[in-house]
Design a protein around this ligand. Structure first.
Ligand SMILES: [Zn+2]
Length: 401
């Protein structure tokens, strides 16, 4: 924000009062011109922005995805049929039972994802809850990661995306599309645990900083976090990343992704942030139901911490919308829960949730929504009609008044 300082004279100034009057008048005229110029500028910026609904309060969006977290756990909590050594590779059953198993599904899900159920579901809208005959589905038919993330971020399923190979996405994501809008140029960033994201988001073409996989944070020129406290934190995270065993070569631990995003938000205050967490999927593939649940629980707490951080900052407080979802479901029995894909039944069923100042709480009943609706939802919350520009994209979710 620009402010104009009109020089003030000390009381014992040798200048005559007439001079001071002239000076004040000059300052006043200058001030009028400046404010006229500023408001014309603001009007121009507004007409360029062409908001769908000028009454929206959302100014920022945070999109968070949790890789391969099943709707079964989101809506039902820990699945007791998987809590053993055989099906779930559980190392300490009494400890896991104590942490996550409750009398009812409702209590179990609140134990597993306390922030989601106490805050997101209470204040926002949740999609995919079978109890309410609500379905959220993947439409790409592949039910694995790259096709899912591309569907989420681009707003449509691309049949040509048939692998997780590190190939630059030919499609433009809603992140890249929004980056070209006024006020978004240096205000879009992505923090991702999986190292394929620089390709999914096409970092080279889009110019969006994508910090992903085991890539260092402190030396990432795209992030350019020079503020001393943030730089020190990033260096520490990089040191830990160098020393910790890399159980998943392509996926770093989510706490690094989350802490990086936290610092970036604090210092740079981007208006559109994408945080992509990955451990849930990898622990499931590894057949470790205990660590999968632990990861779901920690992820829920990362979401809570990010949300509380945003609400503690004037740039974000009460003008930020949170969108949460996943890239695919997983199988639904003691073997298939570990996997997903075209050949495993029911992997197209997912979950999603939206919470923000323009999204009044609602229980969704008897509705089917699709993963492809997320992209237009991100844009709509920021006042843009994505579908008008990208006809292949699905309509926004019904989360705005
Ligand atoms: Zn995945």
């Amino acid at each position: 924000m620009m402010t104009i300082a009109v020089p003030s004279e000390p009381e014992n100034s040798p200048r005559s009062s007439t001079n001071r009057g002239k000076l004040q008048l000059r300052g006043l005229i200058l001030g009028l011109f400046v404010s006229l110029w500023l408001s014309v500028g603001a009007l121009q910026a507004q007409s360029e922005k062409a908001p769908l609904q000028p009454s929206l309060r959302t100014r920022n969006v945070i999109l968070i995805t949790v890789d391969g977290l099943r709707w079964q756990e989101v809506f039902g909590g820990a699945d007791v049929t998987l809590m053993d050594k055989d099906a779930g590779g559980v190392k300490d059953l009494p400890a896991l039972t104590k942490r996550f198993q409750r009398e009812t599904a409702r209590e179990s899900r609140e134990a597993l994802m306390p922030f989601f159920w106490s805050t997101v579901a209470q204040q926002g809208i949740v999609f995919g809850d079978p109890e309410h005959e609500s379905k959220a589905v993947v439409t790409n038919g592949r039910n694995f990661s790259y096709p899912g993330y591309s569907e989420i971020l681009c707003g449509f399923a691309d049949p040509l995306i048939d692998s997780n190979a590190k190939k630059d996405n030919v499609n433009v994501t809603v992140l890249e599309w929004l980056k070209q809008k006024p006020g978004f140029d240096n205000s879009v960033a992505a923090f991702c645990s999986w190292d394929v994201f620089p390709f999914i988001i096409n970092e080279t073409r889009s110019g969006i900083p994508v910090n992903a996989g085991w890539e260092p944070l402190a030396t990432d020129a795209g992030l350019n976090l020079q503020e001393p406290e943030a730089a020190a934190t990033l260096r520490q995270l990089d040191e830990v990343s160098m020393e910790i065993p890399r159980y998943f070569p392509e996926v770093r631990y989510d706490f690094v992704t989350f802490r990086g995003a936290e610092e970036f938000i604090r210092v740079k205050q981007p208006r559109l942030i994408y945080v992509s967490l990955g451990e849930t999927d990898d622990w499931a593939h590894a057949g470790r139901y205990d660590l999968y649940l632990d990861s779901a629980f920690r992820t829920d707490d990362y979401v809570r911490r990010l949300w509380q951080q945003l609400q503690s900052m004037p740039e974000y407080r009460e003008n930020t919308t949170l969108i949460l979802t996943t890239d695919h479901g997983r199988g639904d029995n003691r073997i298939d829960w570990k996997n997903h894909g075209e050949k495993i039944e029911d992997c197209e069923y997912i979950w999603m949730a939206v919470m923000g100042p323009d999204t009044p709480h609602q229980i969704i009943r008897g509705t089917t929504v699709t993963q492809s609706q997320i992209a237009a939802t991100v844009a709509a919350c920021l006042g843009y009609d994505y579908q008008a520009a990208v006809p292949r994209a699905a309509a926004p979710l019904p989360v705005l008044p």
